[in-house]
Design a protein around this ligand. Structure first.
Ligand code: ADP
Length: 171
């Protein structure tokens, strides 16, 4: 059984095996979580991302997929980069958002990571409504077949924490 919790905090400060980055497909950095991870984790992460672009992901990491690198100077051991979908009012992209959580846990299993911290993927620059993003995150992690012992949702503000707490309280 995976223990799932929601806390308010900064993803870059989590002492877990792996932290998940809400990356963009270039893997070369951006704003929000991505910017904070590269800033605090140092150049080793960017260098590993560049290697991935030069090898497996010449066209970038596709939306809904996940790939791991070193966590550089972060307390975590690995960063799992995943690319969330941009919110669309006209097209249902929720399967791609669910895929981010599922694929990140699959990569965590491959690494042997037992504790994983997630941000609220797609709910920042990519504009996903927080209540729906929280519901998809919680439902997908609950349904996942994973050896991860603990999933920690790390939320940046009270609004996000409230939505994740509400999603976790529904059975
Ligand atoms: P996306 O591009 O997938 O929307 P963002 O990084 O813009 O990703 O935002 C995702 C969520 O992470 C937002 O709810 C944002 O408030 C939050 N966030 C931003 N910085 C941090 C951080 N350092 N730790 C945890 N959450 C963060």
């Amino acid at each position: 059984m995976t223990r799932i919790e929601a806390v308010r905090g900064d993803i870059t400060e989590q002492h877990v095996d792996a932290v998940v980055n809400a990356a963009n497909s270039s893997l070369l950095g951006g704003g929000g979580v991505d910017g904070a991870i590269h800033r605090k984790g140092g150049p080793e992460i960017l260098s590993a991302c560049r290697d991935l672009r030069a090898s497996r992901y010449g066209k970038g990491l596709p939306t809904g997929q996940a790939v791991a690198t070193t966590a550089g100077r972060l307390p975590a051991r690995w960063v799992i980069h995943t690319v969330g979908p941009v919110w669309s009012a006209t097209e249902d992209r929720s399967a791609l958002l669910a895929s981010c959580y599922r694929e990140s846990l699959r990569v965590a299993d491959e690494l042997g990571a037992r504790t994983v911290a997630f941000p609220a993927i797609s709910t920042g620059i990519y504009g996903w409504p927080m209540d729906d993003g929280a519901r998809i995150a919680v439902e997908t992690v609950r349904a996942a077949d994973t050896a991860v012992d603990e999933v920690r949702f790390v939320l940046f503000d009270d609004r996000a924490l409230t939505e994740f707490t509400a999603a976790l309280s529904t059975s």
